[in-house]
Design a binder for this molecule. Structure first.
Ligand code: CND
Ligand code: ZN
Ligand code: ZN
Length: 374
């Protein structure tokens, strides 16, 4: 049946309010307006950032359809759309690439002004394409992938190889791209170096894959959940340490383990204390520490300025620093050419209506990535 130009009724997981459970509802998805694209979602991963939205750590407007790590097929396009067509395999982009803003023009920046990390929750014309029970439902991070159909702006879509397997390629919508890019683009990890990665979830493991690809000789995984160590080692960690097993600060533990030679550290948990620990753990003069975890909103951080005065560099990145529309198709091609494997990152594959089970596993620390299929 040709659905182009018509409202589509489909299943979506709606969050009616803060700290409310995901509720599977029938929603109406309006056709795309100019420069917008309606996408049939095939699979979507569960990221900590989605959980953060449910508890107010990531800004969102409610009621909302969350989700930002997916692969889909273009169902229909709005007026003026030229870069994708119905049938194309695509990844919705939480960091768009409009191509015209300051960040898009600057070669070293990817923080496109079309990004929605402040919880705007609407498309460019100020409205939503979702309704449920007569109420408008807000978008999330330009993507909203916990639904059978979504509408995104053309600049928030990367067209990928039609042969890419969706249940793996969805990890390019967040975890892999974010973590791998943090190591390669932001940290710029050097061959033979020692790295420490704080937080061994889907994003942290992807940082390890990036450190290994960059030629790091020692990669230390740090996590308060020692059950994460096996996977970390499987993707390239040379050793792992649990701060809870030590009475000394973790920066001291790492210094002793390495003879004070940790050059790169990555914070991939979203905890303020860990951000300072990671900074303190890299070498006092030439160390580089990268913040990857989502900091809680409206918080401030106290730290000893001596940590940076002596020469450390403190950086951060959104979505691994990639120019998303240009770079994601290339990353997917590299994956198809077997330059890296994503197998270790996927621990569970569930049908979409088991979304609550997926979040329960995440919060119990029992999963890396759970992939939901439609
Ligand atoms: P996930 O929850 O799967 O992993 C986090 C890991 O951190 C878990 O293994 C925890 O046990 C561990 N952890 C928690 N507290 C500590 C601590 N104090 N010390 C050491 N380890 C700890 O999360 P994820 O991998 O999906 O995401 C990780 C972070 O990255 C999270 O904050 C998420 O919101 C953020 C993120 C950032 C970006 C970006 O563009 N920068 C994109 N997506 C996700
Ligand atoms: Zn832009
Ligand atoms: Zn994410």
């Amino acid at each position: 049946m040709n659905t182009s130009g018509k409202v589509i009724k489909c299943k979506a997981a709606v969050l009616w309010g803060l700290n409310q459970p995901f509720s599977i509802e029938e929603v109406e998805v309006a056709p795309p307006k100019a420069y917008e694209v309606r996408v049939k979602i095939l699979v979507t991963g569960i990221c900590r950032t989605d959980n953060n939205a449910t508890i107010g750590v990531m800004p969102a407007k409610f009621p909302v359809i969350a989700g930002h790590e997916a692969v889909g097929i273009v169902e229909s396009i709005g007026e003026g759309v030229t870069t994708v067509k119905p049938g194309d395999k695509v990844i919705p982009l939480c960091v768009p690439q409009c191509g015209t803003c300051f960040a898009c023009i600057d070669p070293n920046s990817n923080f496109c002004e079309k990004i929605d990390i402040t919880g705007r929750g609407v498309l460019s014309d100020g409205t939503s394409r979702f309704t449920c029970k007569g109420k408008p439902i807000y978008h999330f991070m330009n993507t909203s992938t916990f639904t059978e159909y979504t509408v995104v702006e053309e600049c928030a879509l990367a067209k990928i190889d039609a042969a890419a397997p969706p249940e793996k390629a969805c990890l390019f919508g967040c975890a892999f791209t974010t973590g791998y890019g943090a190591a390669i683009n932001t940290g710029k990890v050097t061959p033979g170096s020692t790295c420490a990665v704080f937080g061994l979830g889907g994003v942290g493991l992807s940082v390890i894959i990036g450190c290994k690809a960059a030629g790091a000789s020692r990669i230390i995984g740090v996590d308060i959940n020692s059950r994460k160590f096996e996977k970390a080692k499987a993707v390239g960690a040379t050793e792992c340490v649990n701060p809870k097993d030590h009475t000394k600060p973790i920066s001291e533990v790492l210094k002793e383990m390495t003879g004070n030679s940790v050059k790169f550290t990555f914070e991939v948990t979203g905890n303020l204390d860990t951000m300072v620990d990671a900074l303190a753990s890299c070498h006092m003069n030439c160390g580089i520490s990268v913040v990857v975890g989502d900091p809680p909103p409206s918080t401030t951080l106290a730290f000893d300025p001596m940590l940076v005065f002596t020469g450390r560099t403190w950086k951060g990145c959104i979505f691994g620093g990639w120019k998303t529309r240009n770079d994601l198709p290339k990353l997917v091609s590299d994956f198809m050419a077997k330059k890296f494997s994503l197998d270790q990152l996927i621990t569970h594959v569930f049908p979409f209506n088991k979304i609550k089970d997926g979040f329960e596993l995440l919060n119990k620390g029992e999963s890396i990535r759970t992939i939901l299929t439609f």
